[in-house]
Design a protein around this ligand. Sequence first.
Ligand SMILES: NC(=O)c1ccc[n+]([C@@H]2O[C@H](COP(=O)([O-])OP(=O)(O)OC[C@H]3O[C@@H](n4cnc5c(N)ncnc54)[C@H](O)[C@@H]3O)[C@@H](O)[C@H]2O)c1
Length: 312
Amino acid sequence: MSKILITGGAGYIGSMLCTKLLHEGHNVTVVDLLKYDKGSLNHLYFNKKFKLICDDVRNISLMKKLIRKHDIIIPLAALVGAPLCEKFKRDAVSTNLGSIKTLCRLATKRNKIIYLTTNSGYGIGEKNKYCDENSPLKPISLYGRTKCDGEELVKSKVKNFVCFRLATVFGHSYRMRSDLLVNNFVHTAIKKKKLTLFEPHFRRNFIHVRDVVNAIIFTIKNFKKIKNEVYNLGLSSANISKIMLAKKIKKQYKKLQIKIVTNRKDPDKRDYFVSNKKIEKKGFKATISLDEGISELIQIFTNDKNKVINNY
Ligand SMILES: NC(=O)c1ccc[n+]([C@@H]2O[C@H](COP(=O)([O-])OP(=O)(O)OC[C@H]3O[C@@H](n4cnc5c(N)ncnc54)[C@H](O)[C@@H]3O)[C@@H](O)[C@H]2O)c1
């Protein structure tokens, strides 16, 4: 069993990941400032293999000590999403990129780094483009740039790494995010019973948060086989347009009205679909469907309005 350090482990992906890694028998240490949800890891305190350090990932002396003591490092701590990074530019750069620079400097060949970035830079201005790992990433937001630069650093400086470029994540987590597209559409559908779509045929790729966790578990088990490569990570059957997504939600939530506005442009210009074949060929395939995710989200947002927490 490994000693795993997760920065940002109390977040949307991290809280689900820590839970599963402990279940698998690993030792898990989290460094997190608990910016959004102070209780997202409460259910883990009973476990003797779990430790939460409420501190800043930019605390270099702390990170130096911790990196030395752990085999696997999963750096999730970040200001996530374009609006949040625009609002807190300096913190975005020092957290998203500065902490990765420190990690790359301090990591030794004993450490395995699993880094998550976003695939969203693929599709800017590339209508109907099918993207694989060789397609150029052209991030237009500060968020996207810090994540792409982080990936470049990990690739060039770290001996043992795996990078995943994630599709837009959806589904339930102990620390909920309702700003992600599927979560947001379901939340809006329940709250307003109406979804207004601009440029409804723009396509995106999606993945359930539990599939992201499953991919990381797969990576730990198959590290040698897949290491030192970058992989797209998404659900291949979920390369779908916004209108298709809205219709899927309506199928399960009949009260929903879908309104299409033709005379307005969506400021979000992403329209692309993604090939996940590279990681699938290595043996991992995301399987949790959008329908399953929508069904769980309908339950959550219907029963617990407090589950709705945005990053900005
Ligand atoms: N959710 C997605 O769709 C998605 C897609 C692609 C990549 N990612 C990447 O996955 C990672 C996790 O994303 P998430 O959706 O779980 O986000 P999140 O906002 O839920 O989690 C980020 C966590 O980092 C913590 N944090 C922020 N600044 C910190 C600091 N200075 N020191 C310590 N902790 C700090 C926050 O308290 C929070 O718990 C990020 O690196 C993100 O870029 C997420």
